[in-house]
Design a protein. Structure first.
Length: 116
């Protein structure tokens, strides 16, 4: 009986941690989307697409960090691949090859000016 209780408590802990991580990803994705929407004057459809891309990015990022925790080189490579994938998705969501590239350059410039 005690083993069953321990298993149930352990499962509840993992579920709670998973939900917390998901909420954290959602919060970060919403924050970035809101900021990008203001800076780049995004349409509702563009904003929704950006949110979905960012949410997916944060979830995949967390999974990669967990999966390759003890393999720093592999983790670095996987995160770089994810970054390239996200860049291309954002570019497409923001108007395609040329327009999306220009808008992402504007976003990068804004982020750099904020750091100063």
């Amino acid at each position: 009986m005690k083993n069953l209780e321990a298993i149930v408590i352990t499962l509840m802990l993992f579920v709670t941690l998973g939900v917390h991580a998901q909420k954290k990803s959602e919060k970060k994705a919403k924050k970035i989307t809101k900021e990008m929407t203001q800076v780049l004057d995004l349409t509702k459809n563009e904003s929704e697409a950006i949110y979905n891309i960012q949410l997916n990015r944060f979830e995949q990022n967390a999974a990669i960090k967990k999966q390759y925790e003890n393999q720093p080189e592999e983790k670095k490579q996987k995160l770089k691949e994810l970054g390239n994938k996200v860049y291309n998705q954002l570019k497409n969501a923001l108007g395609g090859k040329q327009k999306g590239k220009e808008r992402l350059a504007k976003w990068k410039k804004y982020k750099q000016s904020k750091k100063k």
